[in-house]
Design a protein around this ligand. Structure first.
Ligand code: PMP
Length: 394
């Protein structure tokens, strides 16, 4: 028996459960039609909402900054890894989000794992939607605060938790995704904020799938609902609509400056290459100057969603460019994804434990860069494969 046999056993049990997933290889840029494992297919799985990942202007900004500052930043932010371009990006983001200050982390994931423990700790409670992202769950665990979950988007259940925990903790923080990544529904932020104000709690919104998608110029879910100034912390990612890599925290200056001192990924992990920061900055400028990009994203979203529902497919409660096709049965959902790929459409199949049992699905994400022809072709593939699998009306 080798000491590492358990690894092989774990892998084998994943395989037996049908949960083993080899990595697919993308052999082209992230585009509406991408080359995956040697074939060009319609790409309905990226988070490249605005099509900026392959935008020539971002690439140019990246190259220019690389020429000016070098390929790497050479240190963590707090030692000598803060370059002018990092500060410039943070000033721009604060202006864009209409908040006092912003700080950029290496990713959205590290934002959540780094920020939550600065807001709450032992003796505090974090009140979290049960479908919040894995990085929020990790951040909550790392904080050592008591974790209290409420049923997904259920405001009565949230109020129950608030009432039951009233007066028992030093501080309480309500956390929610702005847009839920598996269902594409939008958090009920106005109600959450009202309840938070009624019960004296801080609020925290993870706008990973809302920045660049919701609100004027893609300012996010808080702006979408007109709640500026009423949400304590907004976290966003630079890896999805912005098209590059990173996460940001937008909030009061005191929080941002405290994160310089206590946000562990910020303190102990090297800062972004300057080219990454410059490309993010360019993307924010484009979002401000070209509102038509977001309009196109929403036009495509409405068109594609209607096409799927007209076929009789179940798209759940989606309200955003993330549109699941809910199949239920895990094997059938994977079959749908595999058959779509054979028909030239890549849409990821998602099963337990990423979504609850019985809720397996294929998740689709359209972008501003898809053409009507791309979407029509994808819908034709859904019609054909959906019929084969007995999922569509016809
Ligand atoms: N939060 C949510 C809700 C997400 O969906 C994701 C990405 N899957 C993240 C955070 C992490 O963001 P990043 O990819 O920038 O690390």
């Amino acid at each position: 028996m080798a000491l590492t046999d358990f690894l092989v056993e774990e892998l084998n049990s994943l395989k037996q459960a049908g949960l083993y997933r080899p990595l697919k290889e993308l052999q082209s840029p992230q585009r509406p039609r991408s080359v995956i494992d040697g074939r060009e297919v319609i790409n309905l799985s990226s988070n490249n909402y605005l099509g900026l990942a392959d935008d020539p202007r971002l690439k140019e900004a990246m190259i220019e900054a690389t020429e000016k500052y070098g390929a790497g930043s050479g240190a963590v932010r707090t030692i000598i890894g803060t370059m002018s371009i990092h500060n410039e990006l943070e000033r721009k983001l604060a202006e864009f989000k209409h908040v006092e200050a912003c700080v950029v982390f290496q990713s959205g994931f590290t934002c959540n794992s780094g920020v939550i423990p600065v807001l709450v700790g032992e003796g505090d409670a974090v009140i979290s939607d049960e479908l919040n992202h894995a990085s929020i769950i990790d951040g909550c665990r790392l904080s050592k605060a008591k974790i209290l979950r409420f049923k997904h988007a259920d405001m009565d259940d949230l109020e129950r938790v608030l009432k039951e925990s009233d007066g028992q903790y030093r501080r309480r923080l309500i956390i929610t995704d702005g847009v839920f990544s598996m269902d594409g529904d939008i958090a009920k932020l106005p109600e959450i904020v009202e309840l938070a104000e009624k019960y004296g709690c801080m609020t925290y919104v993870d706008d990973a799938h809302s920045s660049g998608v919701l609100g004027k110029n893609g300012q996010g879910s808080v702006h979408h609902f007109g709640l500026n100034g009423r949400v304590t912390v907004q976290v966003g990612t630079l890896s999805k609509a912005v098209g590059v890599l990173g996460g940001y925290v937008a909030g009061p200056r005191a929080l941002i400056e405290l994160l310089w001192h206590k946000g562990r990924p910020f303190l102990f992990s090297t800062s972004h290459p300057p080219g990454v920061a410059a490309a993010c900055l360019k993307a924010i400028e484009i979002m401000e100057q070209e509102p038509e990009l977001i309009e196109r994203l929403w036009e495509n979203t409405r068109y594609f969603k209607k096409g799927l529902t007209d076929l009789g497919l179940d798209t759940g409660h989606s309200e955003t460019p993330i549109t699941p096709v809910i199949v239920g049965d895990e094997v059938k959902a994977m079959q749908l994804s595999d058959r779509l790929l054979e028909e030239g459409v890549f849409a990821q199949g998602i099963a337990f434990p990423t979504v609850p049992r019985g809720k397996a699905r294929v998740r689709t994400i359209v972008t501003a860069a898809h053409t009507k022809a791309d979407l029509d072709e994808a819908l034709a593939a859904f019609a054909k494969v959906g019929r084969e699998l007995g999922l569509t009306r016809a």
